[in-house]
Design a protein around this ligand. Structure first.
Ligand code: FE
Ligand code: FE
Ligand code: ZN
Length: 276
């Protein structure tokens, strides 16, 4: 089974997202747990979730990827910003318990001048404060482009976080193809080498999801500007290698390309066509 989908708006609820996903040929999808600016989340509608779960099992929709608001920063220099990140992450994980077995992805954060080590300490502190033994969701660290003071551009940084989190059994990694390329790993040209390196540093068993994005910038640019599939530096041949790679092909893959729904439908069809 090829679990491929895209980022969808969560405003109309889970059943609506499931129906939209099916209408564009998707077999999974990603959504923000709340407004990406990180404001207060709507309370979950349990009837909507029940209806979605029925649709999911009927149509074989795969594991979902929830995405934390990208504005939270658990390793900010500012204590209030860190506190807000902790409260948001904790609340999201409780809400995600209504959708057991899925994934919750977040950006590790930016150290805002404190240095990588101090940043990692703060991220670990946050995760150790919020992860619960009974939680139903696997929390994913996203591989980042290494823009500004972003943590997570190097596999070693993610490894250190995973090593120091106490409830590490609830943790994994989401690989973003645009971000790793921007960070200097040439995933389009040689996915084998990049995934061998990922395995050596982090371990492939930690890899749980993929963000499938082309990049407007060349390898190592540290910019984080997504492009549509085949319209950037990774290119169509790069994605042919990526979607078929044995270490990736069974994972949920989510497009975060600059697209409307028809554009996503076309990219999903294109990637399906590439699968061998
Ligand atoms: Fe992200
Ligand atoms: Fe991403
Ligand atoms: Zn990005």
């Amino acid at each position: 089974m090829f679990y491929i989908g895209c980022h969808l708006s969560a405003s109309a609820g889970f059943l609506a997202m499931g129906e939209t996903a099916l209408s564009i040929g998707a077999t999974t999808f990603q959504f923000f747990t709340r407004n990406p600016r990180g404001s207060k989340a709507k309370s979950l509608d349990t009837e909507d979730i029940t209806a979605f779960l029925a649709l999911q099992s009927k149509h074989g929709i795969g594991t979902l990827v929830a995405h934390a608001p990208y504005t939270i920063n658990p390793c900010s220099q500012d204590e209030h910003t860190r506190e807000f990140a902790r409260i948001t992450l904790e609340d999201d994980l409780r809400r995600m318990d209504h959708l057991p077995g899925n994934l919750y992805n977040f950006h590790p954060g930016s150290h805002t001048g404190q240095g990588v080590e101090a940043g990692i300490n703060l991220i670990v502190e946050t995760l150790n404060a919020i992860l619960r033994p009974d939680q139903q969701t696997t929390v994913l660290l996203e591989t980042m482009a290494g823009k500004g003071s972003e943590i997570g551009g190097r596999f070693e940084e993610l490894r250190e976080i995973l090593d120091r989190v106490t409830r590490t059994e609830h943790m994994g990694v989401c690989l973003d193809t645009c971000h790793v390329s921007d960070a200097g790993y040439d995933i389009a040209a040689d996915p084998d080498a990049v995934l061998t390196e990922f395995d050596r540093v982090i371990g492939l068993k930690r890899l749980r999801a993929v963000h499938v994005n082309d990049s407007l910038n060349p390898v190592g640019a540290h910019k984080d500007r997504h492009a549509c599939i085949g319209k950037g530096y990774l290119g169509l041949e790069g994605f042919r290698r990526i979607v078929n790679h044995p270490a990736l092909r069974d994972l949920p893959m989510v497009l975060e390309t600059p697209n409307d729904l028809p554009g996503y439908a076309a990219e999903i069809a294109l990637l399906k066509e590439m699968r061998v």
